[in-house]
Design a protein around this ligand. Structure first.
Ligand SMILES: O=P(O)(O)OC[C@H]1O[C@@H](O)[C@H](O)[C@@H](O)[C@@H]1O
Length: 242
């Protein structure tokens, strides 16, 4: 009915790119932010931020981790700063906050759309009596769930703010998913993880979760399998057809 093993009693959903179409907002905002940063630093000959950079260093990770990992890949180190740094501060947090200004602007302009297949799947999961948590690295998790009309499905939420407050390790570490399972009172072996990011399926695998579903929104099915997905689907509704 839900396409999951019978041992699964809870679903831990990533948000951006799994339930809502907001992954593309993040990737666009990161590209603009990093390209402007690199151009200001290296001039017009700068090496641009690519889709590959996004998938490898940024996708699925908490904001500051994404900045730090990508800049390190280019041999650039900035001071950390603090989460309330101004968007023009020359710090890891400042660069992240610049990107967040763009994200909030795009969300305000175009809104948040849940994938129709994801809504069908959430309804099926609920009807089957499975527990539901959202585990996202985004500090905008509550806003995106509300804007997409999805809050009513969610029994527990672990987001970028929770991660910061509790000093959890971000994806690809399993800690945020383990916190999601704990919030539902479910053992990892009985929870399924749903992820569109390589770092996210890696976190699911590392946490010993009962089933890891890779959601292929960016033509990276092989990479999702290689990073730990037990199954890869193009849309959550594909699971309902099994
Ligand atoms: O900057 P935010 O909204 O806190 O989001 C952090 C990360 O959240 C993840 O959900 C996205 O996949 C990343 O692209 C994003 O960088």
């Amino acid at each position: 009915m839900t396409g999951l093993p019978e041992t699964i009693t809870a679903c831990l959903f990533d948000l951006d790119g799994v339930l809502t179409d907001t992954a593309v907002i993040h990737s666009q905002a990161w590209k603009q932010t990093f390209d402007e940063f690199l151009r200001a630093r290296d001039g017009d000959e700068y090496r641009e931020f690519t889709d590959q950079d996004y998938a490898t260093y940024v996708d699925g990770r908490p904001r500051a981790d994404g900045v730090r990992e990508f800049l390190r890949s280019r041999g650039i180190e900035l001071p950390e700063g603090t989460p309330d740094d101004a968007p023009d501060a020359p710090t890891v947090n400042g660069v992240g906050n610049r990107k967040n200004e763009l994200v909030l602007k795009i969300i305000d302009e175009r809104g948040v759309n849940p994938y129709p297949g994801s809504i069908r799947y959430l309804d099926a999961v609920k009807a089957a009596g499975l527990r539901i948590a959202v585990v996202t690295s985004s500090a905008n998790g509550a806003k995106v769930l509300d804007a997409g009309g999805l809050s009513k499905y969610v029994e527990a939420r672990v987001d970028g703010l929770t991660i910061r407050e509790r000093n959890l390790k971000g994806k690809p570490a399993p800690d945020s998913f383990l916190a999601g399972a704990a919030a539902l009172g479910v053992e990892p072996a009985h929870a399924a993880v749903f992820e569109d990011a390589q770092s996210g399926v890696q976190a699911g695998k590392a946490g010993g979760f009962g089933y890891v579903v890779g959601v292929n929104r960016a033509d990276q099915a092989d990479q999702l399998r290689a990073h730990g997905a037990d199954i890869v689907v193009d849309d959550l509704a594909d699971l309902l057809e099994d």
